[in-house]
Design a binder for this molecule. Structure first.
Ligand code: ADP
Length: 409
């Protein structure tokens, strides 16, 4: 206990102050200093200074009462103990005093110096324990708060790590999938290449050895025929190689749209010209440009490839003496290419797989091909931001329509 215990009595009756002081003086050791506040307001301002170790508060305080004073002081954060002085002793007053925050209560006129000393001592000790508990509680709350924050941070880190892991997992899965596809593509490539190369190569070989046999001038026609066969076989081989090359470059993401401004009509006419040497006997390509506007801003390389692929399919999959109808036009914000043939058509059941690499319909087994051309066409059209549609009827013919957005440089 401190050397001098300062006590404040809050009581509007001076006689009570004098009585209390006398009682206090009789406490053995006389270790107490008693101050007096005669009104509610005076008491509040003195209490706020927190100079006292304990407050004795009378129940009756003019317009206010002691409980009000205790409640207000406790709410303002005063931690020193309050002892309520009442006129009577009953359980209700006791409970009210406790609820307001008082440590104890004494019945006026009944307590002696020992009772007072004991009550003050207990109250101070009790208040001290309470303050200690409160301090511990606050510390505990702070620790809980800190720990909660740490946990939240840990959870966040875990979630982040989890997300990164998931992403990595997805990427690994994708890479694996790609690897698998590539592997499949490679093995199909080897199968197709060995199969598709054999025919043109044996043509080249047989025609070349026949040419050496034709020595006289009369054999000119035959020689020319075999030169033609060799040319066509080499052209075939070049096409197959070009398809493989395009697919592998697409797989590597090396195909880009590099547009330039050019005249679509004469460009298409040139491609049609190039195709002449490779058409079947009596076949012709009927090309028309159907709009006034002729200038486009497109990737020439991609366009050439698309046109050649569609036109050679048109030729390959229709008979001798047939016509392949080819039109281009520019209307509004769309460029349109249509290639139509009156050939063998595509069986209904095969249509769903038409754009799968290496897929070939059932009715083309006798015709050379890799099953890559349409795949390349579709990808190229997509790279240029366009769309591809087709209609086909078995033994009637096929129409491919490509629509590309019209843009300018
Ligand atoms: P390829 O012609 O080398 O077989 P494509 O990818 O160009 O490969 O075509 C895939 C398949 O689509 C062909 O094998 C053929 O069955 C079908 N096809 C494409 N174009 C036509 C067409 N104009 N007429 C009939 N069938 C076609």
């Amino acid at each position: 206990m401190p050397d001098r215990i300062r006590v404040l009595l809050v009581d509007d009756d001076e006689d009570d102050f004098i009585i209390a002081r006398d009682i206090m003086d009789d406490i053995p050791g006389r270790n107490y200093v008693l101050d007096w506040a005669p009104s509610f307001n005076e008491a509040i301002s003195i209490i706020r200074e927190q100079r006292h170790h304990v407050y004795l508060v009378d129940f009756r305080l003019g317009a206010h009462d002691g409980l009000e004073l205790i409640t207000q002081a406790v709410n303002e954060g005063i931690t020193a103990p309050f002892i309520l002085l009442t006129g009577q002793s009953d359980r209700e007053t006791d409970e009210k005093a406790m609820r307001a925050g008082a440590q104890d209560y004494l019945v006026k006129g009944t307590f002696n110096p020992y009772d007072l000393e004991r009550s003050i001592r207990y109250s101070i000790e009790h208040a001290k324990s309470l303050a200690e508990i409160q301090k511990l509680n606050t510390e505990l709350e702070q620790r809980v708060e800190d720990r909660t924050q740490e946990l939240a941070a840990a959870i966040q880190n875990l979630e982040k790590a989890n997300k990164t892991l998931k992403k990595a997992q997805q990427e690994i899965y994708k890479a694996l999938q790609k690897e698998k596809e590539l592997h499949e593509l490679k093995s199909r490539f080897v199968t197709i290449a060995s199969h598709e190369f054999r025919t043109p190569l044996s043509t080249v070989l047989s025609s070349a050895s026949l040419i050496t046999k034709y020595k006289s001038a009369e054999d000119d026609e035959k020689r020319l025929k075999h030169v033609g066969r060799i040319k066509s076989a080499v052209h075939n081989l070049t096409n197959i190689l070009n398809d493989f090359l395009s697919i592998s470059r697409m797989e590597e993401g090396k195909i880009h749209n590099v547009p330039s401004t050019f005249d679509l009509q004469s460009f298409a006419a040139e491609v049609v010209d190039e195709m002449q040497g490779f058409l079947k006997e009596g076949q012709r390509i009927d090309y028309r440009h159907e709009s006034e506007q002729i200038t486009v801003y497109l990737d020439k390389q991609l366009m050439r490839n698309v046109m050649i692929n569609l036109l050679s399919n048109g030729s390959k999959y229709s008979g001798e003496d047939s016509t392949i109808w080819f039109t281009t036009d520019i209307k509004g914000d769309a460029i349109r290419l249509v290639v139509r043939d009156e050939g063998i058509g595509i069986p209904e059941g095969d249509k769903a797989h038409l754009f799968t690499p290496f897929f070939r319909a059932q009715n083309v087994t006798n015709i050379q091909g890799t099953g890559l051309g349409l795949n390349i066409v579709k990808k190229y059209v997509e790279i240029m931001g366009g769309e591809l549609h087709y209609e086909s009827e078995l033994d009637r013919g096929t129409t491919f329509t490509i629509t590309l957005p019209y843009t300018t440089a």
